[in-house]
Write a protein that binds this ligand. Structure first.
Ligand code: FEO
Length: 161
C-alpha cells in the first residue's frame, strides 16, 4: 500500500460522504418531483450522478494505491423539505461542508508529504469551487423568483438545460 493507514481511512470516509451526497441530492430531486418542479428535479438528479462519480473516483484512487475500499452504512438523508428555497439552500450548505472536508484531506496529504494524494485531490479542490458556485447561483435565482410565476420561468429554464 502506497498511502498511510490514516489517509486510507480518511479517503474511505470521503467515499461515504460522496455517496451520502448522492443520496441527499436524490432526496432533493424526489422532493422537487413531488412539488411538480421537474426542471429542478432534473438538475438535482444530474448532481446526484456527479456525486456518485466523485465517490467512485476516490474508490478507484484507493485501489490504484493498493488500498482497500470499505463501504459502510449511510444515514438516511433529509426528506421533509417544504420549499424550493429550503432545498437549494441545503445544497449550498452541503457543498460548503464538503469543501471543508476536501481541504482537510489536502492538509493531511501535506502533513504526510503524500504528494500523490495531494495531486489527486486538486481535482476535487477545483470541482468544489464549481459546485459551491453553481449551487449558490441557483439559490440566488430562487431567491429572486419571489412570485410563483417567476419560479416557473426558472423551472422551465432548468428543464431545457
Ligand atoms: Fe462531491 Fe458536490 O461534492
Amino acid at each position: 500500500m502506497m498511502i498511510s493507514k490514516k489517509m486510507t481511512d480518511k479517503l474511505n470516509e470521503q467515499v461515504k460522504h460522496e455517496f451520502f451526497a448522492q443520496w441527499t441530492y436524490l432526496a432533493m430531486a424526489y422532493s422537487f418531483e413531488t412539488m411538480n418542479l421537474k426542471g429542478f428535479a432534473k438538475w438535482f438528479f444530474a448532481q446526484a450522478e456527479e456525486e456518485k462519480g466523485h465517490a467512485m473516483k476516490i474508490a478507484q484512487y484507493l485501489l490504484d494505491q493498493g488500498a482497500e475500499v470499505k463501504l459502510t452504512a449511510l444515514d438516511a438523508p433529509k426528506t421533509d423539505y417544504s420549499s424550493a428555497e429550503e432545498i437549494v439552500a441545503g445544497a449550498v450548505e452541503h457543498e460548503i461542508k464538503v469543501t471543508r472536508m476536501i481541504n482537510d484531506l489536502v492538509d493531511l496529504a501535506k502533513s504526510e508529504n503524500d504528494h500523490a494524494t495531494g495531486a489527486f485531490l486538486q481535482w476535487f479542490v477545483n470541482e468544489q469551487v464549481e459546485e459551491v458556485a453553481s449551487t449558490t447561483e441557483l439559490l440566488e435565482m430562487v431567491k429572486m423568483a419571489a412570485e410563483p410565476g417567476q419560479l416557473l420561468m426558472l423551472e422551465s429554464r432548468l428543464s431545457r438545460e
